[in-house]
Write a protein that binds this ligand. Structure first.
Ligand code: HEM
Length: 515
């Protein structure tokens, strides 16, 4: 029986036509299999997704913390699906370096949404504009004209005057009657006033219109940070129309536009008269600088009225909330760590021995203060997660990324990665004293301001205010928590949003005053 079968097989195999047919068919199948396997994309690991929602349900509580815990399981580069949108999550210094240095140009776009488009003049602002000639022009205006070293120095008088007002306010509201002050609220007004004077040449916070503008800005920030379900699950976008979200976006965009039109008109009427002067010297404000660029069309840069409004809006959106959050977290940690507070106090009081006001020169010598600010930005990264978008197909850490894919960089998790940091869960400014690690975008383990082409142009502007305010708060007052709250009981609960603030406002009492 076996022999018969074998014989049949042999005869069959020896038949020349059948044999070649079978060979050809086998080669075809083998080639197809090989090709299929070689063209199969190497994608990052991915948690199981639900139908429709994808992985959205896993990010409900706190995006940066949820991403960090998923990363512990799936690795520092993982693929999530937010609804039907694939998103690559990056949570290590090495992977961030590949995105923002090795392949920076491939990832130089920013992810956008319909909400951002409607709030930010159809992407005419710097932070949302796609990479290209228009964005390059805007960024160069921003870096060379609005936020350059020289310009930031020229606004020193604004920082000093506003800090001085803050100190007087604390003296009269807290020290005089030993009452708790809401530091969170004071930091928000200070940051707004500093940007307002730099942008418009005057504070708008006192008038009715200005107050309304600040309220609108708060709403604008909330709306831009809102994860609108329709962005990720397009067939559910009707929900935004029904629940009033779309109407709110349109209303805020319209009212912000009316206010900015008014401010620009005022500046056009007043001309350079709207600039503030210090000892007879004119200090140009952002609106006037932009109007001059618009009029002169110098150096081939051309911007229109909408671009001016979009840039101004970016300065407020990018510079106010982030600065106040940094101050709020820095004071929270100083109050929770009396040893750090005392060390900082000692440094500041040794440098500012007489009663003179703290100058930029003094700040330069305050190495511990700078370490406290860096540690605050590492430990409480204000913009915990920021995005990029692939402009073309690229490969990161061996994984393939298709053009158009959204990337989310979890700067907060990178700042707490044990692979880069010793005792990352402790607030320890000392770690920066003998270290060259900085936040200027060259050290990928510390990315509070991002890196590469899209890095934050406001670093100098922000740190100048944060350092001056902190140094004054610590030099001029002794601080205690209200109502006998112990340092261990001071919470650090976060309020989710684009910028991570404290959920509960920070209250403290100025018990001694030295001015
Ligand atoms: C502590 C304060 C601040 C923090 C933590 C911060 C953080 C950031 C981050 C993470 C980005 C994205 C970077 C990237 O994608 O690589 C960014 C972009 C930006 N920031 Fe800031 N920022 C701060 C202050 C400011 C200030 C004071 C201004 C202006 C007055 C400003 C204006 C901008 C602008 C215009 C962009 C968009 C840049 C671009 O897309 O090319 N920021 N910022």
């Amino acid at each position: 029986m076996l022999n018969f079968q074998q014989q049949q097989i042999d005869e069959f195999m020896l038949h020349p036509f059948l044999f070649s047919l079978i060979s050809l068919f086998s080669i075809y199948i083998l080639t197809k299999w090989l090709f299929k396997n070689s063209s199969k994309k190497t994608l990052p690991p991915s948690p199981t997704k639900l139908p429709i929602l994808g992985n959205l349900h896993q990010l409900i509580k706190s995006t940066h913390r949820s991403l960090q815990s998923l990363g512990r399981k799936y690795g520092s580069v993982m693929l999530l699906h937010l609804g039907s949108t694939p998103v690559i999550i990056v949570q290590s210094a090495d992977a961030a370096r590949e995105i923002m240095k090795t392949h920076d140009l491939s990832f130089a776009n920013k992810p956008t949404s319909n909400t951002i488009r409607r709030l930010f003049y159809d992407l005419k602002d710097i932070s949302a504009a796609p990479y290209g000639e228009y964005w390059r022009q805007l960024k160069s205006i921003c870096v060379l004209q609005l936020l350059s070293n020289k310009r930031v120095q020229s606004f020193q008088f604004i920082r000093e005057e506003e800090t001085d007002l803050l100190m007087k306010n604390i003296k009269s509201c807290s020290y005089s009657c030993l009452a708790p002050v809401n530091l969170s609220e004071l930091f928000t007004s200070l940051s707004n006033d500093v940007i307002c004077r730099s942008a418009f040449g005057r504070k708008y916070s006192e008038g009715e219109q200005g107050k309304k503008f600040l309220k609108l800005l708060t709403e604008l920030m909330q709306l831009s940070g809102n994860v609108s379900i329709g962005e990720f699950i397009p067939w559910l976008s009707w929900i935004n129309r029904v629940n009033g979200f779309d109407a709110r976006v349109d209303k805020v965009a319209k009212e912000v536009d009316i206010f900015l039109d008014l401010v620009i008109q005022e500046h056009m009427n007043a001309g350079l008269g709207s600039d503030e002067t210090v000892k007879g010297e004119r200090r140009e404000n952002f609106v006037n600088i932009l109007l001059t660029i618009h009029k002169d069309n110098t150096s081939g840069v051309s911007i229109d009225g909408e671009s001016i409004k979009a840039i101004i809006l970016d300065m407020f959106a990018g510079g106010t909330d982030t600065t106040s959050a940094t101050l709020e977290w820095a004071m929270t940690e100083l109050l929770r760590h009396p040893v750090v507070m005392n060390k900082l106090k000692k440094e500041i009081r040794e440098i500012v021995t007489d009663k003179h006001d703290i100058t930029d020169n003094d700040l330069e010598k305050m190495h511990y203060l700078k370490a406290v600010v860096k540690e605050t930005l590492r430990y409480h990264t204000p913009i915990a997660v920021f995005g990029r978008e692939a402009r073309e197909d690229a490969k990161i850490m061996g994984y393939e990324v298709a053009a158009g894919t959204m990337i989310l960089i979890n700067a907060w998790a990178i700042g707490r990665d044990p692979a880069s940091w010793d005792e990352p869960e402790k607030f320890k400014p000392e770690r920066f004293l003998d270290s060259s690690v900085d936040f200027k975008g060259l050290d990928f383990e510390l990315l509070p301001f991002g890196a590469g082409r899209r890095h934050c142009p406001g670093i100098l502007f922000a740190t100048a205010s944060v350092e001056l305010v902190l140094a004054n708060l610590v030099q001029k007052f002794e601080w205690e928590l209200p109502d006998g709250i112990k340092k261990e009981d001071l919470d650090a609960i976060e309020q989710p949003g684009v910028t991570i603030h404290r959920k509960n406002p920070l209250f403290a009492v100025a018990t001694h005053c030295y001015f």
